[in-house]
Design a protein around this ligand. Structure first.
Ligand code: SAM
Ligand code: SF4
Length: 480
């Protein structure tokens, strides 16, 4: 207990690394380079008979407009610089080839939702959106009523493109705005203007296309006043969903290398989080995750099914448990093929260099770069992390699925967090509250601390993470 409280005290004053996208463990621990795809897919077929799975599909596009500084100054996603339409045509041909490799495996699989992300998925010309849908249709039957989202940046949306997207069945847009303030946008080198944001919102309204907006707070030299101005301007449009991320600072990005001294302090970021949340709530939004806010009275619901299913890969239905595998199709795609809680399966990541991605596909090989073989303990941590993004953990559902009580499992951590006021525990649920929501990455690090230490200690010379013998997964053999 004392150690847990000391952990909180030590880490609350440190910049947190953001774990929102990948759960446990972060991809730095996905070090197995020979992911046994054939065995893995066979195991997926076998375990799907035990827990039927739908597919939550992500389709990536690698390219981004050049910026100075590069990668918009802050971006940690793998991307390549866009030089022209020829690249997109070549990419689509290879995407199709990857689909060919998986077609038989996914025959008859039911799609739950589709997300076209990136990189920048709105660099395509209007005639290429139906082609994207045809490529997906070459592998899956696309049900008429599922959520189909396309993510892009303000300056490359146009009314014609949005119309083409809508006509081929895309029914949700996600726009990465990050900032409206001209000075701050300039720091990221993005050639983007606020009027392009509002024009896109207006087109979506005319076309009856739901849209969500991503903003980031905690930029170099950003003030609370600038942040509030952006939030109020965006909220005033009535947009159904606003994502308000804290800047995640890492790697060799310009902001991490050259602008650290200009960033708000940790206390400054906490203040921005608190003010941002109360401004959005005052504007009619409710908080859904540490960074997602949806309008309480939206005429068109905000959707967000793709993200929700990503957070909840297992659910219960009238016929028993069902699951949602995430397939990341394309360059840098990330897949989670969970088996069952007792034989948990794999996460793997596709090649993050386009030439390597293309080369694998020319040679008819799966374009997989590396992966992680889950143990039952890792799967429990992953599901707990994802569930906590929704700010509450259902103890009964956790016990039904995983055969143990989540409070008993991490009793010391919860007691320390209850004392800090960040978590409440009741008979049926654990709830994250107050500043605990801002500090969720810290809480997750505490929960996974021992397991992460174990992985670090045991990482062998070839970089493979160990599988504790007591909890060796039973689904596919670990690579030699
Ligand atoms: C994969 S990015 C791509 C979206 C699109 N290309 C764009 O630039 O808006 C998806 C979202 O992740 C968020 N993001 C990317 N890098 C981030 C970082 N370092 N810190 C916080 N959020 C980040 C941004 O809000 C972005 O909209
Ligand atoms: S923020 Fe978006 S546009 Fe900028 S580099 Fe990252 S993916 Fe590309």
């Amino acid at each position: 207990m004392q150690a847990a409280k000391a952990f909180v005290d030590k880490h609350r004053r440190r910049r947190q690394s953001n774990k929102v996208l990948h759960g446990h463990p972060s991809p730095v621990h996905w070090v197995e380079q020979s992911v046994p795809m054939d065995a893995l897919l066979l195991a997926r077929e076998r375990t799907n008979r035990e827990i039927p799975k739908r597919v939550n599909l992500y389709v990536g596009t690698p390219y981004c407009l050049p910026t100075d500084p590069d990668r918009c100054g802050f971006c940690l996603f793998p991307t390549e610089i866009y030089t022209g339409q020829q690249q997109l045509e070549e990419y689509l041909t290879h995407l199709e080839r990857e689909g060919d490799l998986f077609r038989d495996h996914f025959a008859g699989a039911e799609l739950a939702s589709i997300y076209f992300g990136g990189g920048t998925s709105n660099l395509y010309k209007p005639h290429q959106y139906p082609r994207l849908m045809e490529i997906v249709g070459g592998v899956f039957d696309i049900p008429p009523d599922i959520e189909i989202t396309l993510e892009g940046i303000p300056q490359t949306f146009s009314h014609d493109k949005l119309l083409a997207m809508k006509q081929c069945g895309m029914n949700r847009i996600s726009m990465g705005v990050q900032q409206l303030d001209e000075e701050l946008i300039k720091a990221s080198g993005r050639r983007q203007r606020a009027d392009q944001v509002f024009r896109t919102l207006e087109s979506c309204k005319q076309l009856d296309l739901p849209i969500s907006i991503d903003l980031i707070f905690g930029w170099p030299n950003q003030t609370v006043e600038q942040m509030v101005r952006d939030l109020e301007a965006v909220a005033a449009t009535g947009v159904a969903h606003i994502t308000h991320y804290e800047l995640n600072l890492a790697g060799r990005t310009d902001f991490a290398r050259n602008r650290r001294g200009e960033l708000p302090s940790i206390e400054g970021n906490l203040e921005m989080y608190r003010v941002g949340k109360s401004v959005l709530e005052a504007c009619g939004y409710r908080q859904v995750t540490p960074y997602d806010f949806e309008r309480r009275d939206a005429a068109v619901p905000s959707g967000y099914l793709y993200e929700e299913l990503f957070r909840k890969p297992f659910a219960s239905s009238a016929t028993g448990p069902i699951g949602f595998d995430a397939w990341g199709w394309g360059y840098a795609g990330i897949s989670f093929f969970f088996g069952t809680p007792r034989s948990p399966g794999w996460a793997f990541m596709n090649q993050v260099r386009v030439d390597e991605y293309f080369r694998c596909l020319r040679e008819r090989r799966y374009p997989v770069m590396r992966g992680f073989h889950y143990t039952p303990q890792d799967l429990r941590l992953h599901l707990l992390f994802q569930e906590m993004q929704g700010l509450a953990v259902d103890r009964i559902a956790y016990r039904d699925l995983l055969d143990r009580d989540v409070v008993d499992e991490h009793a010391v951590v919860w007691r320390a967090l209850e004392e800090t006021g960040w978590v409440t525990v009741s008979d049926d649920a654990l709830r994250v509250q107050d500043d605990g929501v801002f500090y969720l990455p810290l809480i997750q690090n505490m929960l996974a601390h021992d397991r992460l230490e174990e992985m670090r200690r045991h990482r062998s010379a070839d970089g493979a993470a160990p599988t504790p013998a007591a909890e060796a997964p039973a689904d596919v053999p670990a690579p030699a």
